[in-house]
Each structure stands twice: as structure tokens, then as C-alpha cells.
Design a protein around this ligand. Sequence first.
Ligand SMILES: NC(=O)c1ccc[n+]([C@@H]2O[C@H](COP(=O)([O-])OP(=O)(O)OC[C@H]3O[C@@H](n4cnc5c(N)ncnc54)[C@H](OP(=O)(O)O)[C@@H]3O)[C@@H](O)[C@H]2O)c1
Length: 272
Amino acid sequence: MNQLFNISGKRGIITGATGVISQTICHYLASEGVHLILIGRDDSKLANLKAELMRYPVEISTYCCDVTKEAQVKTTFETIAQQVGAVDFLINAAGGNMPQGIVEGNFFDASMPGFAEVMQLNLMGSVYPCKYFGLCASAERTKKTSCIINFSSVSAYRPLTKVAAYAAAKAAVHNFTQWLAVNLQKDNPGMYRVNTVVPGFLLTHQNRRLLTHEDGSLTERGQKVMAHIPFGRFAQPDELTGAIHFLLSDAASYVNGAAIVIDGGLLAYAGI
Ligand SMILES: NC(=O)c1ccc[n+]([C@@H]2O[C@H](COP(=O)([O-])OP(=O)(O)OC[C@H]3O[C@@H](n4cnc5c(N)ncnc54)[C@H](OP(=O)(O)O)[C@@H]3O)[C@@H](O)[C@H]2O)c1
């Protein structure tokens, strides 16, 4: 294989590992020879995923952690540093919208605890792992390049109706990614790369009920979304793996602070 794109032998952490998109990414990376440290909330889901990934000749470890709790994230990354050692990358995939974060009707009547919960998961749930990644990052421990990939969303660029908190949080993730991409260079120039992926619409747990009826047909909102996707279909989770592979590889050695949009042309389309 061309060394530029060879990611075999790398070792990295993925949060939200048991999510729909992440599971696909985990299978893909393990099949490419990447050792994985899976972070999730549910021990049994983590154990199932680990069992599936053991079919590949790579090392898989699991850690149960709520990424919205700073103390838990700190302890988890300290343990990873002790038990696993140097880690080449961090993928922050934990995130998503929540029913209590949806703003229906008048904003002045919106639930602020729900709004804050969505901000906490999507923004701080990425910020805390970035902060404690330094405990085990290869850049700190072995002076090899380390890489962080955060997850934003098309709603960060074009706020969508109802999902105000989610859109604001993902916009903040995008902005924070750029800030970190610049500021990590002070002590280790060129040793860290921090980028975002920006998925368009996929049918996953968080949005299936908003976009489709039980029989699979599109809701009114689903039809509006589809009318704005030039590809005329939702993305499949495996259509994100190419961007992840690229960002982890030496082919992206000068890519820092970038956002890779994978949306079938949605953001490019003015609707006319
Ligand atoms: N689906 C889309 O259309 C879409 C579009 C753009 C961006 N995204 C982003 O892509 C990422 C993956 O989304 P997905 O669609 O694969 O969603 P998903 O299937 O709901 O996965 C989200 C994952 O985050 C985990 N999680 C939630 N709260 C957590 C917490 N407090 N601590 C630790 N883990 C937590 C969930 O854990 P459990 O397994 O325990 O529930 C789940 O594994 C998210 O950041 C999402 O916002 C998705």
C-alpha cells in the first residue's frame, strides 16, 4: 500500500463508539489494522462491539465514561495513559440532539435545561476529551504526530428549525476545533492536527423519528430536508470513513483546522 495513506498500526480513542456512525468507523479502522480504545456509556454495548471487532488482528480495549462529566473523562484518560500508553489519535464522535433540546413554537417558552444539556453533550463532551488527550497523546509521550477529529454538522453552518441548541453547539465545536488547531502548535509546532468532519443527513437514532414515519416514508420535515440534498438521498455511515482515513493518514500531514463536509451537496445548494 502507498505509505501516504497507510494507517495500519496506529492506535486511537473513539468516543461515542457504540453509536451508529462510530460503529461503522470502528469496523473500517480495525479492518485497516488500527488498534482502538472504545469509549461509551454502556458496558454491555461496548462488550458487544469489542466482540465484533475481535475478528480483526488488532488490540481493542473499552472504557465506560460519560463525556459530559469532566472528572470521569480525566480519570478515564489517566487510566488509558497508564494501561495503554501513547495514543496517536482521538475521534470525538459522542454527540447528538435530544428531544428535550428541541425548540418547538415560541423560543420564549423553550426549556433551558434541555438546551443546556444538548450544549453540554456536543460542546463540552468534545472539549473535555481534547483537554485530557494530552495525558496519552503520542505528541507528548513519543514526539510523534497526534491527530484529533471532532464531529460538527451542517446545522452549524445553516441553523435548522427546531434544533437551536444542537446547531449552536455544533457551530461552537467547529470554532473550538479551529482555535485548538492553532493553539496546540505553541508548544509542539506541527505535532498536532485538529480537524472537523461535517456530516450531512444520515438516518440514525437521533433523527429517524424526525425524518421518517414508521413505514419508512418521509415526514414533512424529511421531505423538506430531501428537497435540499442534490444527491436525492441520505448519507450512509460508511460514506464518512474515507474522510476519517484521510485525516488520520500522512496524506493529511498539512491539514490543520479544516472542516471536511460530507453532505451530498446540501450546503452548496441555494435551493434554486
Ligand atoms: N446522524 C446524523 O445525521 C448526523 C449528522 C451530523 C452529525 N452527526 C454527529 O455524528 C456523531 C455520531 O452521531 P450518530 O448519528 O452516530 O449518533 P448515535 O448513534 O446517537 O451515537 C451517538 C453516540 O454518542 C454517545 N453518547 C451520547 N451521550 C453520551 C455521553 N454523555 N457520554 C458518552 N457518550 C455519549 C451515545 O452513547 P450510547 O450508545 O450509550 O447511546 C452514542 O454512542 C454525533 O456527534 C452527531 O451529532 C450526526
